[in-house]
Design a protein around this ligand. Structure first.
Ligand code: RUB
Length: 306
C-alpha cells in the first residue's frame, strides 16, 4: 500500500496534477497495488481493493477523471484473485493507452478549428488543450498563445514553459487582464476537470471569466475533454464538488495571522455554463455541449461510478 499512498499523497499535494495525469496515475497505482495482493483470499482481496480505490478517490474531489479511472480500473467479475488481477491489469493498461491516444486524437480534431494567424487564449495547464495548440503549430499554422498566470498555484508558468520549449510564441498575462486582452484573441481553448450532463464545464478557477469575456467579445470557446471527464453522477442530479484549498496558497500564514478580521476563500475550480461553450473536443469527435448526455451514454456507460 506504500506506493499507492505515495501516489495519493502526490495527487493531494498537486505534485501530480491536471485531470488527465491524475487519472492515469491513479489507474496505474491501483493496478500495481492489486498485483501485490495475489496471496489473499477473494473476499479480503475485494475489501483491500475497495479501500485502495477510496484512498485514491478521496484525494481531490473535483476532477471526475479520478473516480472514472478508478471505477474503470477496478472492474472485474472474477471469482479467483489471479483472474481478478489479470482483469485489473488489462483494464489499467487499456485506460492508460486510451488516455495517451486520446490526447493525439483531440489534438487532430481540435486543430481543425485553429487557423493560420490565430491568437489563442488558454488558462491553467491542460495537456488536452495544449495538444490541440501544439498540433495546429505542427501543421505549420502561424499561431500564438496568450496564457493566464492562473493564480494561486500559477499553473500558467508550466504552460508558458511548455509552449516556449515547443517554439510557440506566447504572452503571459495576469488573470485580471483576461477581459482587456480578449480583443486580441481569436479563440479560447481550455481543458476540463469535469463536464456535467447539462454540458457545463468545471475547470480551473477563472475559466468562467474567460468564457464570459469571450462571449462578450464574440469569440469561440473550445473545451478539450476526453470522454472520461464526463461526470456520470450528474445524471443523478448531483453537483460536481468544487475543491476548496488551503489559505496559504493565497496568502502567507504569518501575514494572515496578523489579520484577525480576514479569512481567505480559495476555490480551485469554477463552473462555466453550457451556453458559454461553443464546442467540446473529445477523442471521439467534436460535440456541442448539449450532447453531453449522449457522450455519457454512448462512450462511458450510464452505470459508471453511479
Ligand atoms: C488543472 C486544470 C486543467 C484540467 C485539465 O487543475 O484545471 O485545466 O485538469 O487538464 P489543477 P488536462 O492544476 O488544480 O489539477 O487536460 O491536463 O487533463
Amino acid at each position: 500500500m506504500d506506493d499507492l499512498n505515495t501516489t495519493a499523497e502526490k495527487i493531494k499535494t498537486m505534485d501530480i496534477r491536471g485531470a488527465g495525469r491524475i487519472a492515469v496515475a491513479a489507474s496505474a497505482a491501483l493496478r500495481d497495488y492489486a498485483m501485490t495482493l495475489k496471496s489473499l483470499p477473494m473476499s479480503e482481496f475485494n475489501v483491500k481493493l475497495e479501500e485502495a480505490a477510496k484512498t485514491l478517490v478521496d484525494t481531490r474531489p473535483t476532477a471526475v477523471s479520478l473516480p472514472n479511472a478508478v471505477a474503470l480500473t477496478k472492474r472485474h467479475s472474477s471469482t479467483n484473485v489471479y483472474d481478478a488481477i489479470d482483469d485489473i491489469k488489462a483494464n489499467a493498461d487499456k485506460f492508460i493507452t486510451n488516455a495517451e491516444q486520446a490526447l493525439d486524437k483531440m489534438g487532430k480534431i481540435g486543430a481543425e478549428r485553429i487557423h493560420d494567424g490565430d491568437v489563442i487564449m488558454t488558462h491553467c495547464n491542460s495537456h488536452a488543450a495544449l495538444s490541440i495548440i501544439k498540433t495546429a503549430f505542427d501543421q505549420g499554422k502561424d499561431i500564438s498563445v496568450i496564457a493566464t498566470e492562473s493564480r494561486p498555484r500559477r499553473q500558467g508558468f508550466i504552460t508558458i514553459k511548455e509552449l516556449n520549449d515547443y517554439g510557440i510564441p506566447t504572452t503571459l498575462i495576469v488573470d485580471s487582464a483576461v477581459r482587456l486582452t480578449m480583443k486580441q484573441v481569436d479563440l479560447v481553448v481550455v481543458g476540463a476537470d469535469s463536464i456535467s450532463v447539462n454540458g457545463a464545464l468545471i475547470n480551473k478557477i477563472g475559466t468562467s471569466q474567460l468564457a464570459m469575456a469571450a462571449q462578450e467579445a464574440r469569440r469561440n470557446v473550445i473545451v478539450a475533454a476526453e470522454t472520461y471527464k464526463f461526470s456520470p453522477r450528474t445524471l443523478l442530479g448531483e453537483m460536481v464538488e468544487i475543491e476548496d484549498r488551503a489559505s496559504d496558497e493565497v496568502i502567507d500564514a504569518d501575514i494572515l495571522k496578523e489579520l484577525p478580521n480576514v479569512k481567505v476563500s480559495n476555490p480551485a475550480f469554477d463552473v462555466t455554463p453550457a451556453e458559454y461553450i461553443d464546442l467540446i473536443i473529445t477523442e471521439v469527435g467534436a460535440f456541442p455541449p448539449a450532447m453531453a448526455f449522449t457522450i455519457l451514454r454512448d462512450y462511458l456507460g450510464l452505470e459508471m461510478e453511479i
